[in-house]
Design a protein around this ligand. Structure first.
Ligand code: DDH
Length: 281
């Protein structure tokens, strides 16, 4: 068992489980980043509810929110880092039982981004978990707080302004779609955004601004594809180049990888900290 508070040991264990040849493009990184984001992206600044603190995605209705489909796998992949199945038989095999799920899920996102070549993300521990025995319905954010990919710029702003983000931060955060892919059985959409879905990069912006995106011809939901039908964009991704205020930042990040890395790190760190009680010094 690691020493309580040894977050570097947790980071190292997360990095060690990422490679998984039979999962998607061979890495758990993208789905772990999505877990960190969805755990945090329920925050409502006005009512100060939602957010990563509490790790409430373990409970209904958040656990069964359609937007979180597939994240049960991400949570299960992290479980052995906190409590291996055999730990009850062999307590010495327990790895990091002292870490809260809320800290583990957010730290796993941070560690994954760094392991996939992304920037160092500011992250602080201190999140606590709601207990399954005493959690109240009011502690769990309702469904519908995460973005709906079929909508446009107004919806994207409604969702992210609710959390307290600016247009520039919205665009920076959206660059996480350099990673991973869509799965028909989870969201209804299909395909990766970039040719390098396990590599954190500014490729999402480069592709958004250079490819001739066209509506995919299929029976599924409206999505956009490149002429070879290998890559994809969601309607909410396209909104970032259709809306002039968003487009300005898309073009900046397409040209300037360092600016994207810097702004993404700040915005992602802010996202993971929304609603986490911090004592001001
Ligand atoms: Fe996303 N995202 N996302 N996303 N997202 C999906 C996958 C991934 C939206 C919809 C989808 C962010 C913003 C938005 C990641 C990170 C981030 C999928 C596919 C949909 C749909 C799910 C599936 O089928 O498995 C929408 C809409 C928005 C929006 O802003 C309007 C943000 C801000 C992040 C972030 O991390 C900061 C990642 C990573 C994935 C890939 C997951 C995987 O399993 O691969």
């Amino acid at each position: 068992m690691s020493r309580s508070g040894d977050y570097d040991a947790v980071r190292a264990d997360v990095a060690a489980i990422l490679k998984k040849p039979d999962w998607d493009d061979g890495s758990l990184g993208p789905v772990l980043v999505r877990l960190a984001w969805h755990a945090s992206g329920t925050y409502d600044a006005k009512s100060r509810t939602g957010g990563s603190n509490g790790a409430t995605m373990r409970f209904k209705p958040e656990s069964t929110d359609g937007a979180n489909a597939g994240l049960e796998h991400a949570r299960a992949f992290l479980e052995p880092i906190k409590t291996p199945a055999r730990a009850c038989l062999e307590p010495s095999k327990t790895k990091h039982p002292w870490i809260s799920y809320a800290d583990l899920w957010t730290l796993a996102g941070v560690a994954s981004i760094e392991a996939m070549g992304g920037p160092k993300i500011p992250w602080k521990p201190g999140r606590t978990d709601k207990s399954p025995q005493t959690v109240k319905a009011a502690d769990i954010p309702p469904n519908g707080r995460l973005p709906d990919a079929s909508q446009g710029a107004k919806h994207v702003r409604d969702i992210f302004y609710r959390m307290g983000f600016s247009d520039q931060e919205i665009v920076a955060l959206s660059g996480a779609h350099a990673l991973g892919r869509c799965h028909t059985e989870r969201s209804g959409y299909t395909g990766p955004w970039t040719y390098t879905p396990n590599r954190f990069s500014n490729q999402y912006f480069v592709l958004l601004t250079t490819v001739q995106w066209q509506k995919k011809k299929w029976d599924g939901p409206e999505q956009y594809v490149d002429p070879d039908d290998e890559l994809m964009m969601l309607p909410t991704d396209m909104a970032l180049i259709w809306d002039p205020a968003f487009e300005k930042y898309v073009r900046i990040y397409a040209k300037d990888k360092d600016a994207f890395f810097r702004d993404f790190a700040a915005a992602f760190g802010k996202l993971l900290d929304l609603g986490v009680p911090r004592t001001k010094i």
